[in-house]
Design a protein around this ligand. Structure first.
Ligand code: BGC
Length: 369
């Protein structure tokens, strides 16, 4: 399961001037003294490899800075997230880098930070509905969806190709951006009959609408959300396969929102359909192996080295009083948040080595080739 809602006893990690000290507890407390941490980083969960990649990259950046940084995990719980922020505020952080568990529920945590004069950077996922977000550091999430949609469109020919759509959690603004991007590429191919949507009556009813409203997106996501959860994705796919006709199981196309969902759905399809093309996202190691093995068609590589670097550079610029580069804008429903965004790369079997091994992101020896 990649978003299990239970507390787990992982260690919060404290890095102080290049020295690593681990502190205990799922409550987010650490052994640092009050006033001893400059930058606090709060990530959503350790139960998805995606966020462990971010943690590892933060560690690398942190090791090279003179600033004191603490990374904490919220274990999939907004309450733990709030406790983590409070613990970091106690330690005197000047900048908070936070990836919310739930976009609308993180407001009180960041408002508490703002009340103490802390600058808040929303990381990867935008915190919605509050003006207590100063900056947003993110990948270009609309382009993640476009990249997934393009991969499906580029690999389809003829007409009437069965298309199964799956989305992320409705509590995550990114799920909307990913689907919006995918729809922008897929919709013309649905309207012209290349694809036929098989598992969302709402999306099928909107087949001629090029630009979906937030409400349209919410309705579609409500039907096909994996909730970023492995078992939900698996169950949805199994239910879809149970109701599919033999014709609709020959060669199918699948928009899977991320790698965790892709693996869960691909495992179901492998025993149900003749062949399939399926997307993913995050270049998680397990999915990179699936891509190498031909079990997942592609993934979208989001280079977490860049994201962690950008967030840390921004935090350090803020502390030093230097100017901050945030040329993009994202609306969080309360304000337009100055943002820095990073491009993404489509990876399939053809470029997996050049994109992920030659760039030093992963070691060749980590995979069976
Ligand atoms: C992230 C994805 C991730 C998903 C589930 C999204 O907000 O951008 O990279 O796969 O959450 O954790």
């Amino acid at each position: 399961m990649f978003m299990k809602k239970k507390l787990s006893f992982f260690l919060a990690v404290v890095l102080t001037l290049g020295f690593t000290a681990a502190s205990t507890g799922c409550d987010g407390n650490s052994g640092s003294d009050s006033g001893s941490v400059n930058i606090g980083v709060v990530l959503p969960t350790r139960e998805e490899p995606r966020w462990l990649q971010d943690e590892a990259k933060f560690m690398e950046v942190i090791g090279a800075t003179d600033y004191t940084v603490e990374v904490m995990f919220s274990h999939g719980e907004t309450a733990t997230e709030k406790q983590n922020v409070e613990a970091l505020l106690e330690k005197g952080i000047q900048v908070l880098i936070i990836c919310p568990q739930t976009a609308d529920a993180a407001g009180p945590a960041v408002e508490a930070a703002k009340a103490k004069g802390v600058t808040v950077i929303s990381y990867d996922r935008l915190i919605m509905g509050t003006d207590a977000v100063d900056y947003y550091v993110t990948f270009d999430s609309v382009s993640v969806g476009e990249t997934q949609g393009r991969y499906l469109a580029d690999n389809a020919s003829g007409s009437g190709n069965p298309l199964y759509l799956y989305a992320g959690a409705a509590s995550d603004n990114n799920a909307f951006l990913f689907f919006e991007g995918a729809w922008s590429v897929l919709q013309p191919k649905i309207a012209d009959g290349t694809f036929v949507i098989k598992n969302s009556s709402k999306a099928a009813a909107l087949r001629d609408k090029a630009e979906l409203s937030r409400d349209d997106l919410a309705e579609i996501i409500g039907q096909i959300s994996t909730n970023w959860d492995f078992n939900t994705a698996k169950n949805l796919a199994e239910a879809n396969m149970t109701s599919a006709s033999a014709e609709d199981k020959k060669h199918v196309f699948v928009l899977a929102p991320n790698d965790g969902a892709a693996r869960a759905i691909a495992d179901v399809l492998a025993v149900n359909v003749g062949s399939f093309v399926i997307t993913g996202q995050d270049a998680e190691k397990e999915s990179v192996q699936y891509v190498i093995d031909g079990k997942q068609s592609m993934t979208v590589f989001k280079d977490t080295r860049t994201l962690a670097n950008d967030a840390m550079d921004m935090a350090i610029a803020i502390i030093k009083g230097d100017s901050v580069s945030a040329p993009a804008d994202y609306d969080n429903g309360k304000k337009s948040v100055p943002s820095k965004q990073t491009a993404v790369v489509a990876v399939d079997r053809d470029n997996v080595k050049s994109a992920l091994i030659d760039t030093g992101y992963y070691d060749e020896a980590d995979f069976a080739w």
